[in-house]
Design a protein around this ligand. Sequence first.
Ligand code: GLN
Length: 542
Amino acid sequence: MTKYIFVTGGVLSSLGKGITSASIATLLQHSGFKVSMVKIDPYINVDPGTMSPFEHGEVFVTEDGAETDLDIGNYERFLNKNLGKKNNFTTGQIYLSVIEKERRGDYLGKTVQIIPHITDEIKKRIKDVAKDVDIVVVELGGTVGDIEGLPFLEAVRQIKHEVGKNNAMFVHVTLIPYIKAAGELKTKPTQHSVQELRRIGITPHMIVARTEKPLPKSLKEKLADSCDVERDAVIEAVDAPTVYQVPLNFLNQDILKPIARQLDLGELHPDMSEWNYLVKKIISPQKEVKIAFVGKYLQLKESYKSLIEALIHSGAHLDMKVNIEWVDSEKIEKMNDEELKEVFSEVSGILVPGGFGERGVEGKLKAIRYARENRVPYLGICLGMQLAVIEFARNVLGLKYANSQEFDPDTSEPVVYLIDEFIDASGQKQIRTHKSPLGGTMRLGGYECLIKPDTKLYEAYKTDKVIERHRHRYEVNSAYEKALEENGMIISGKSKEGLIEAVELKDHPWFVGVQFHPEFTNKLKTPNRVIMSFVENAYKNK
Ligand code: GLN
């Protein structure tokens, strides 16, 4: 029988519910269980793909081509395994499928209602993930008390009822604020949010308390008594130097004991030695390197979450701290060579990540030119690769008007263009034009990249075939392939159908552009090879 752990949030958002959920799942996985996770998002968008990065942070892409919440990325990085479409769903998806069923006539004769139709659909999706694992950790987005979270809470309450007492557990993540003027930690908000949970029929079995200051024993006991959980089931979550420290902090507080008791799991002894080693390397590495990160969403670093984590993971495996120098692409747009030199002279590598829209593009092109001409190691991801080709076409091939159709649909030199037909990850033909709807019409998910031997890319991956994840609409135009190659650009990776997947420069210490997003396959224990190779070569260039 699959065991369920439901993680709810109280008091306010941004308490690290995702990290808490992933940490619990990781400890159980290292105890020998087969574990999976689900993230439920209570917004109406069908997926976060059409939300602004400023609004929602990164859109994470799974192997099977789903655009998901960034917590799915956390789960993958912690659990060291790929998740998929079914591990993340939203209110929008639930309603969409219920309404589609209603239109088809599946409920004929019935009045379609939140209970039971919406709640049944929610339960079905959770149980679908539970099918082939021992334990599933379900994170409910939002905060208890939100109107939009109610159907989800009702659905998981019903699941508890259906699977029986020892197969379901509720973990409530809340905040214990420290009031400076009074010099006190306060438990009242937590008590209220637990009361709110109880009102709808859910009694938490564990409180995970986010706090700036360690909780004294007496306060933990007060929390346990007032929230009606066992005294060993109040877990403190103080701010950690790295999120990967959190499972270790939980383990130190014997978190598995109350979990095993509630779910009848026996005695658990997770082997966290490799994890422990990597965390030590993240916290106090021997070496250091500085990399310029040239982006446009710098106010909200969450929009580059996976890439930032990938740099940290590469660092852990290379015993290196990767310092990021944030460079606003719009700011460097108007800089002269002297000023540019000032920005980049201190860094050992330049990174241009993915992006959409024209804003900041000229600045990114300047950074790329600098990297090419000054032989600074460069990694360009997705838009960063397309721009590397445009920069090369303009300044080496002399094609002054080289551009992407994304920025100028009528450009006379469409070096990056919109292909109108392609085969998607599921093997189906897709058609797209400038008029296609923007939601769900990109090349999305894992595609094979065939790697040319004797290239930097091959050196990084040490194999001639990888599957990497995509999220883009435009492609490098193969009409320019010959000219690019004759002038010193190498096409080092191609898709099965011949789409250009990766480029590099012949006469350069390390200059690589990839059409895919290597940060999405990256995980703490298995960092992505091309990102690690970039960091390694940046260090060599120091
Ligand atoms: N805007 C570009 C495209 O749609 C690149 C996308 C990206 O960097 N993810 O092709």
